[in-house]
Design a protein around this ligand. Structure first.
Ligand SMILES: [Zn+2]
Length: 245
C-alpha cells in the first residue's frame, strides 16, 4: 500500500518552489525532477518540449493510466526598460497585477545572473500621487524597482538586463506551526511533489500497480497545453492533478 511520506514530500516541495520556473524557464526545475527519477530508479523519458514521463509497468500492460502535474508557474518577462532604469513587465500565464504588487522578484539575465527587485506601482506614495490607491493595477502602472544603484536605462542594461529576461516571483515557502504549507507556487508544485513521492513509494516497496501507469510532469501548463502531447495510445484513463484556490 502507498505510504505518504510527509517529511520527504515537504522537503521536495520546498526545493521545487525555491527553484524559479515561470513557463519557458523550466530547465532547472525539470533537472530536479529528472534527478529525483534517476535516484528512484524509475524508467523515464524527456519529451521534445521538455516534459518528463516516468513509467511504472503494471499487471495489465495493454490498458495504461496516466497522472499529470506541472512544474511551470506564473511569472513575468521584461517588456521594456524605462528611461528611469525601472522595468515594465509582460505577464506569463494569467493573473491580476494586484496579486504581485509589493512582491520581491528575481530578474534572470541571459548570462544566468540573478538580480533582485521589487514589483511596485509607479504611483507608490500617497504624498506624491493622490490617486495611488485607486490607480489601475496594469502593465503601464506596475514596474520593477531594481535593488541596484540604477537611475537610467543604460545603467540597468549595464547589469546585463534586457527585454525578454524572465522575472520570477518569490515563493515565500512556509510551514506554519499548525501544519499548513504556504507558498506562492503550490500550483502545481504541491501536486508534482506528491506524484514524485508516489512513484518513489511504489518503486521502493515493489508495489505492482493494476495497470501500467505514466507519471507525466509537464513544464508548460500555465501557457495552455500542459500534458496534452506524447500520451501513449494505450492510455485509457487520464487524471490531471492541479490546484484550485
Ligand atoms: Zn496549475
Amino acid at each position: 500500500m502507498y505510504q505518504f511520506n510527509e517529511a520527504r514530500t515537504t522537503e521536495l516541495l520546498k526545493r521545487l518552489v525555491e527553484t524559479p520556473s515561470p513557463s519557458g524557464f523550466t530547465e532547472k526545475v525539470m533537472k530536479v525532477i529528472s534527478d529525483e527519477f534517476t535516484n528512484i530508479g524509475v524508467t523515464y523519458k524527456r519529451t521534445n518540449k521538455g516534459a518528463i514521463i516516468a513509467t511504472v509497468k503494471g499487471k495489465d500492460d495493454s490498458r495504461h493510466r496516466l497522472l499529470t502535474a506541472h512544474t511551470d508557474t506564473l511569472g513575468a518577462m521584461v517588456k521594456e526598460i524605462k528611461s528611469n532604469g525601472r522595468l515594465k513587465l509582460a505577464m506569463i500565464g494569467g493573473f491580476n497585477w494586484n496579486a504581485v504588487e509589493g512582491e520581491y522578484c528575481h530578474i534572470h539575465t541571459a548570462s544566468g545572473k540573478e538580480v533582485r527587485g521589487t514589483i511596485l506601482m509607479h504611483q507608490t506614495t500617497v504624498h506624491v500621487y493622490r490617486n495611488s490607491g485607486t490607480a489601475e493595477r496594469n502593465a503601464d502602472n506596475i514596474e520593477v524597482r531594481i535593488d541596484e544603484k540604477v537611475k537610467n536605462a543604460a545603467e540597468t542594461k549595464a547589469l546585463g538586463i534586457e527585454v525578454g529576461d524572465f522575472v520570477s516571483f518569490d515563493p515565500r515557502f512556509e510551514v506554519t506551526p499548525s501544519g499548513f504549507i504556504k507558498s506562492r507556487h503550490l500550483d502545481d508544485k504541491a501536486s508534482t511533489a506528491l506524484l514524485v513521492d508516489l512513484v518513489r513509494s511504489v518503486t521502493e516497496n515493489g508495489i505492482e500497480l493494476p495497470n501500467t501507469t505514466h507519471f507525466y510532469i509537464s513544464n508548460n501548463e500555465e501557457i495552455g497545453y500542459g500534458g496534452n502531447s506524447n500520451i501513449t495510445p494505450e492510455t485509457v484513463e487520464y487524471i490531471a492533478v492541479d490546484m484550485g484556490q
